[in-house]
Design a protein around this ligand. Structure first.
Ligand SMILES: *Cc1c(COP(=O)(O)O)cnc(C)c1O
Length: 457
């Protein structure tokens, strides 16, 4: 067949094909690695090291742009006909290493094919994962169906930006455990179904496989925010979800040196609105088109900070989860604590489903871990809650989570303040609730800090 490109450009395209095949072959090999090996190395091979003056760590490509050999090379690259990065807002080699690792982590242990698109923050990942489904404004109506038990930023994006500013109908599901409630809301005009699991701050859960079946019956994709679990505990794509969004800023960057986000989408996802190429590889085509135009490209420096933390994700999640379990058990029996929400507690309404979904990857004793995040309500209302909070000595007061340092917040006056009283009622965020993200300190010291603070209530 006659190529549509001049011969000199075609030569670059052919060379690009070969490089892509070599990468695919290496990816097949990495697919056989265990989780920690994948986390430590990603797709950065010994050959990549030799191509980078021997650097055993992925280099930080801080250059905004790529130099081309000549006009033919440039034309082939800018036509997206060969692997290249061109300009850091579109793509970047260091960011690419992070994307490869994230995509492989989310499908670890399965045959699912997926790609990732890294973004500046978790919120821009949620925006880029959802906005492409809200096209065709001339269609009669469109709706999105989402669990109201979600991060405050997500609530504001859907309620303020999508519903109030753009007229998208948002159907909130109040009890994500109740499949009938989801079923009542999803229909043929549903552009996507969205759930956070486990949710921040309430640790609510839902059955991913059953919800994805429901969504797919109406040709809608299921998007899951699994920031709180991370792929070390749960991989929603393997349960039937179409897209995972991660606030990479959290446990994936537990040292707290960078903000970042990512969407990871399975190939050939379900949707009755986006173009065929988007369905075939949503992450890549989002990256090449709408993401390029909106501009939330991740800094390569931040990508490197994340890669550095990601290498030890499994062991840190294990440590932080074990600490959290001990802290939750302590709080559960405390006289000044009204309730504790932690899925690891046997009597928590989420426990059974959380146990089905969350398991420490590659753990020899099949250990179930329930993550680092919990919330607890202090007896007596908002005033004693603030007293306890203000008394914390080791645990930081900040709107943050997933850190190697323990951090607490009162969601009603911070992360979930702007959604107002009615929005908080919808999400069941009470003003005597403290959200606690347990870190990697010695657990005795965290418990001691909580004990002395609770004595103030
Ligand atoms: C923090 C968080 C986000 C937003 O992530 P940023 O990186 O802060 O933009 C989204 N979802 C959940 C569950 C979060 O905890």
């Amino acid at each position: 067949m006659q190529s549509q490109w001049p011969e000199a450009v075609q030569n670059y395209i052919d060379a690009g094909m070969e490089a892509a095949q070599q990468k695919q072959a290496h990816q097949k090999k990495v697919k056989t690695y265990r989780f920690d090996t994948l986390a430590v190395h990603g797709l950065y091979s010994a050959q990549d090291a030799l191509n980078n003056q021997g650097s055993i760590i992925e280099p930080a490509f801080l250059s905004p742009a790529q130099h081309f050999e000549n006009s033919d090379h440039m034309e082939a690259a800018l036509a997206y006909q060969m692997p290249s990065w061109t300009y850091t807002r579109i793509a970047n080699p260091t960011v690419g290493y992070l994307e490869d690792t994230l995509a492989m982590m989310e499908v670890y242990g399965s045959d699912i094919a997926a790609s990732a698109c890294a973004t500046t923050s978790g919120m821009s990942a949620i925006f880029m994962a959802t906005n492409p489904f809200l096209i065709n404004p001339d269609r009669k109506s469109m709706n999105i169906v989402a669990s109201s038990k979600c991060y405050g930023g997500t609530f504001m994006l859907f309620q303020e930006r999508y519903a109030n500013e753009r007229g998208v109908e948002v159907r909130w599901v109040k009890n994500p455990l109740d499949l009938d409630e989801w079923a009542q809301h999803i229909d043929s005009e549903t552009r996507f179904v969205f759930g956070e699991m486990p949710s921040n701050p309430g640790l609510a859960v839902f059955d991913i496989a059953k919800l994805s079946e429901l969504a797919h019956q109406h040709s809608a994709p299921l998007i899951v925010d699994s920031t709180v679990a991370s792929p070390a505990l749960m991989r929603p794509l393997c349960f039937g979800a179409d897209i995972v969004v991660q606030s990479v800023s959290k446990a994936m960057a537990s040292s707290g040196l960078a903000i970042a986000g990512a969407l990871i989408a399975k190939h050939n996802l379900i949707s009755n609105v986006v173009a065929d190429e988007m369905k075939q590889n949503f992450a890549l085509n989002t990256k090449l088109l709408p993401f390029r135009d909106h501009g939330p490209g991740l800094s390569p420096f931040n990508a490197l900070m994340v890669l550095t933390d990601l290498r030890t994700l499994r062991s840190k999640i294990d440590l932080m989860s074990q600490n959290a379990m001990a802290v939750a058990s302590f709080l559960d029996g405390h006289a000044n604590v009204e309730t504790v929400s932690y899925p690891g507690l046997l009597d928590h309404p989420s426990h059974k489903l959380a146990k089905q979904h969350m398991q420490l990857v590659d753990c020899s004793e099949n250990a179930h871990r329930y993550g680092y995040l919990m919330s607890f309500n202090v007896k007596g209302g908002a005033a004693p809650t603030r007293k306890v909070f203000d008394q914390l000595q080791i645990i930081f007061r900040a709107t943050d989570l997933g850190r190697i340092k323990s951090v607490a917040t009162i969601p009603a006056i911070s992360t979930h303040q702007q959604q107002g009283e009615s929005g908080r009622a919808l999400g069941e965020v009470a003003d005597n609730q403290i959200r606690l993200a347990v870190g990697g300190e010695s657990v005795e010291d965290i418990i001691q800090d909580l004990d002395q603070a609770l004595a103030q209530a």
